[in-house]
Design a protein around this ligand. Sequence first.
Ligand SMILES: *Cc1c(COP(=O)(O)O)cnc(C)c1O
Length: 376
Amino acid sequence: MSNFLPFSRPTIDEATIAAVGEVLRSGWITSGPKVQEFEAKLSEYFGGRPVRTFNSGTCTMEIALRIAGIGSGDEVITTPISWVATANVIIEVGATPVFADIDPVTRNIDLDKVEAAITPKTRAIIPVYLAGKPVDMDRLYALAAKYKLRVIEDAAQAIGSTWKGKPIGSFGGSFGDFVSFSFQANKNITTSEGGCLVLNNAAEAALAEKYRLQGVTRSGWDGIEVDVLGGKYNMTDVAAAIGLGQFAQLDAITAQRRKLAQHYFATLGKDFEKQTGAQLPPEDYENTNWHLFQIVLPERITRADFMARMKERNIGIGYHYAPIHLFKLYRALGFREGMFPVAERVGRQIVSLPMFYAMNESDVERTCAAMREVLG
Ligand SMILES: *Cc1c(COP(=O)(O)O)cnc(C)c1O
């Protein structure tokens, strides 16, 4: 019997483990020089834009909303197919979440539906790059400019993804506004938990620093001042040391994931969709970092059944994501079945196949063979 193949697993190399040990022995284990070094590396990667790190991708988006001054009475448009954090942060700052249905092919928010959902109260859009696949950035920012909306890109899954050859997060100016990344354990690079926000200017970066640490600013040579309500969201040097080690591997990680995706398509073959009724993701080796390899199952098999039968064959399957608007918290706000039919269908039948850096081509072949058995 072969070993269990999980759908995701982080790879931390020995150099990174040693670097973490050094931090732990140094006497300074909270935010310090490693955080600054990590932020400088990220800023360089994102074309010189200011970057600040945090202890999660969730608070990163919440802080972006606060910097944009979004709160009570404001509407923010997002997708129903994401981790629930994406919509929770809208409620957290006192604003109203508005959903727009997804595109059945990319599984990302449908920008035509976004435009239809805009009202005089709309202040921002939070697009999600599901599985690392960006939305059409030209259309997204044309829409934002037309209606004078802020954009908080939920790029939690999209580090290493690109648009027109440049990293997601690197545009600035007429392209790119707030861009939020997550370094949670399953993401393409990790700090165990953590996140970062790409900002537009020094004033926003100063505000981000306040919001992440109790609103404190230094004032005078020994004094502090507090003028906004901040929280406790700083990244530690322990986490930043993991992040620096992971960041050094980013290109190799993205290349390996693209290679594995290519091998999934090659192994499943051109007729897989016709033969099984399952739907593959768009074949994209240019923009997508292949954070996930997701298929939508045919209606004749339930997701639970598929997952159980793959597990019997020692293969772990992930589920990303249940439609947010059907959770109790959101039903209590008035959302119902039937409101976003594409999201509801895809959200019922979508599964994530094993995809991680340390995987090899025979793992892909094992997964495809098991899938052939289960789907007939
Ligand atoms: C992981 C993830 C988040 C949340 O990030 P955390 O670091 O876990 O807070 C938000 N949105 C999406 C799409 C994610 O994948």
